[in-house]
Design a protein around this ligand. Sequence first.
Ligand code: NDP
Length: 293
Amino acid sequence: MTKAPVTVVGLGAMGAAMAATFLENGHPTTLWNRTASRAEPLVAKGATLAATPAAALAASELVILSQTDYQAMYDSLDQAADALKGRVVVNLSSGSPDELRRADEWASRHGAELLTGGVMVPPAGIGKPGSYVFYSGREETLHRHRETLGELGETTFVGSDPGLSMLYYQAQLYLFWSTLIAYMHGVALVGTAGVSAERLRPFAATMLADLAADGTMGFLKVMTEMIDAGVVRGADHNLRMQAVGADHIVEAAQEAGIDAAGPRALRDLMWRAVDAGHGADGLASVIEVIRRS
Ligand code: NDP
């Protein structure tokens, strides 16, 4: 069966991995990148390098962008605005949700349709089992191109608001970064006593697995149920007790001479929830402070 042609704009680590995946799966693949030389290894594998952004747009109905940010899309394609008509532009770059909404208006003005996406794996994961991408925009359009886009990973549609894909992406990325940075804080903390990272790692792994499981430590599910039910009360681990414990994490960092900014931010959130009257409630009550800000 003939595979649909696809254009990839942006050949950084991510865009290059996407283009390579399309090529491996038999899609006629056209490329454009600000720095043309980055296309060379892909051209050697059968891709076509377009001389201009307009030529890249003309080559395929489906145009995938993977660049540093949304400004890069305007920098690349504004000069070729006439060639946008009738194209489905799938921007898989990082941006703020409002930027994505503005980009949707920009695409419509030029007669193109925008799908936005947030890719949830690093370049090495593209096209591999476990890869998934949050998409928002018109579901029918995603459906029409699901086979081609599915080469990159599972196509997870999250809604028609163009900003939604980034809301999901950023929710996941914040969880990813804050978890790993908290782990690094722990490594630095025990490291001041000569303990290796490897000594701590199994305990961290147990904590992460337990949080996502159903047992006594399965707080992900417990807190989700409380938040969705609008009930954040109670338990034998009240928030005031936990905020005092968070003070001790800040003190421990200071005593050890390591950076305390992360623990301080977390501690401050917890105390603001206590001060707002949630001292006897559980940790889930911190959501009230976060929402109000
Ligand atoms: P890279 O830094 O490797 O590549 C950036 C790309 O953007 C290059 O092709 C660069 O062109 C292009 N670019 C930047 N600014 C401009 C501009 N003003 N005009 C034209 N082109 C421009 O980034 P990645 O490939 O790693 O990431 C791409 C996107 O994917 C980002 O939004 C990132 O947040 C997202 N992402 C990345 C992941 C990762 O693990 N790498 C994971 C999930 C999402 P040039 O070659 O000319 O510099």
